[in-house]
Design a protein around this ligand. Structure first.
Ligand code: GCU
Length: 424
């Protein structure tokens, strides 16, 4: 190769890399939202009109699901069931005697590798079978409640390594109690199943740990372009917990409400799309790559999320940075994949980064699929005022306040679940 050619190649690569890093400024005002057209929900790739649930299920739903799998979140390359359930704790009188507490490890093995998922379960006492909320936590099971007997990644305090102890002292037992209205759930007759999402795949741009490593082909060190990023890995984890819940007599696995906040709200929606065993799916402040429309580019946009969290989505998804209009899907289609099961999207008024209005518009734009099934879809014409929830088969509320999960949110979710599961 001539020196000149080599020089041009290096220069081109440099310019390309630089341009890939340049992102447009954050849109903060509604007036700056570009005009856009959403991809059609009810017209198939080949131009066929979808006018019945059967056509949706046979034709259009699989097209949309496969596009999200291959281009957005990444496909799971194989199957793997849990190998063993290790029961660590079975306490009949937890939380002041109101609840049963169970702690179990689900162990996954392949060749010489293994991962352990440590679940914390609270169930209302005195019921033969309980509906449950299933939700990942961010910082460890011990942060969801001050209960002194919650294990730390399956271990007692005395068994922790120095590093684990440091993390434990930082996150604190009960440190996230305000986000987990466990008393309200138990009182209303619901259980809670929770696990630290880092158990499945540690949330960092590193594919040498977590569940991915159990699925690599010989010599593979990172997922292929259409293979799973971390969001798909976390979604996979939720489904494996569902496999386990199906074996648990005290859990009513037909009444599992999958709930997730923020990145874990994105995960909840993607799980619910893949796995129809979940009875209700709730997205709390999930934003970009979750319930918010990508084409609005308001707040966080694809180039932001793919730059700041390069490991969350499939590598193919990065091609849509600053190029949302070439996507064949938008997030209203992800919400539509929950149908006809109840789905709830919640936003917070001071959460501009997650584009509350974009979350509402996506939920509304998914409504035609629910109507196809004769279900009560979003009826509000306008973006609603704060704290005026809508509960049909689709639910939506805009809570007053910041990016968070509050008692107000849980009160709505419990009401919504009561309505659909026939409890009161
Ligand atoms: C960041 C990220 C969001 C994500 C959020 C969270 O703000 O940009 O996409 O939802 O973290 O998970 O808390």
């Amino acid at each position: 190769m001539s020196q000149k050619l080599l020089f041009s190649l290096i220069a081109l690569t440099f310019i390309y890399q630089l341009s890939a890093q340049i992102t447009t400024p954050t849109i903060k005002e509604e007036a700056d939202v570009p005009s856009y057209q959403l991809p059609q929900l009810l017209i198939s790739e080949r131009g066929k009109e979808v006018d019945s649930p059967a056509k949706w299920e046979r034709l259009r739903r699989p097209e949309i699901l496969s596009y999200f799998a291959n281009q957005v979140y990444g496909v799971v390359p194989d199957q793997l069931d849990f190998h063993e359930v290790e029961v660590l704790d079975d306490e009949p009188a937890a939380l002041g005697g109101k609840a049963i507490r169970k702690q179990v490890n689900l162990i996954f093995k392949k060749e010489k590798k293994s991962i352990k998922m440590s679940l914390l379960i609270y169930l209302p006492k005195g019921k033969t079978k309980s509906p449950v909320f299933l939700a990942y936590n961010f910082k460890g099971n011990y942060t969801v409640n001050a209960d002194p007997d919650i294990l730390i990644n399956g271990k007692k305090e005395s068994e922790l390594s120095e590093e684990e102890l440091k993390k434990f002292n930082k996150n604190k037992r009960g440190g996230r109690t305000s986000r987990w209205a466990i008393d309200k759930m138990i009182e209303a007759g619901y259980g809670l199943v929770t696990i630290d999402y880092n158990n499945v795949d540690p949330d960092k741009n590193d594919f040498s740990d977590g569940i991915h490593t159990l699925f690599y082909q010989p010599g593979q060190t990172t997922p292929a372009k259409n293979e799973w990023g971390s969001l798909s890995a976390w979604a996979w984890g939720m489904s494996r917990i569902m496999d386990f819940m199906e074996t648990e007599a005290l859990i009513d696995h037909k009444k599992v409400i999958l709930m997730g906040h923020s990145r874990l709200g994105k995960t909840a929606l993607w799980t619910g799309a893949n796995d129809q065993r979940f009875g209700i799916v709730i997205s709390n402040n999930s934003g970009c790559g979750g319930a918010a429309l990508s084409r609005r580019r308001f707040g966080e946009k694809l180039s932001d999320i793919n730059t700041n969290y390069p490991h969350w989505f499939a590598k193919y998804f990065h091609y849509f940075n600053e190029n949302e209009s070439t996507l064949k899907v938008d997030q209203h289609m992800l919400i539509a994949l929950m149908a006809p099961r109840p789905v709830y999207v919640a936003s917070a008024s001071k959460d501009a980064w997650a584009d509350p209005r974009g979350e509402f518009l996506a939920t509304k734009a998914a409504s035609p699929i629910y109507r196809l099934y004769g279900k009560k879809a979003i009826e509000m014409e306008q973006f609603p005022p704060v704290n005026t929830p809508f509960h049909g088969t689709m639910g939506y509320h805009l809570r007053d306040g910041k990016h968070d999960v509050t008692d107000y949110d849980w009160e709505q979710y419990i009401k919504f679940a009561n309505q659909h599961f026939g409890l009161n």
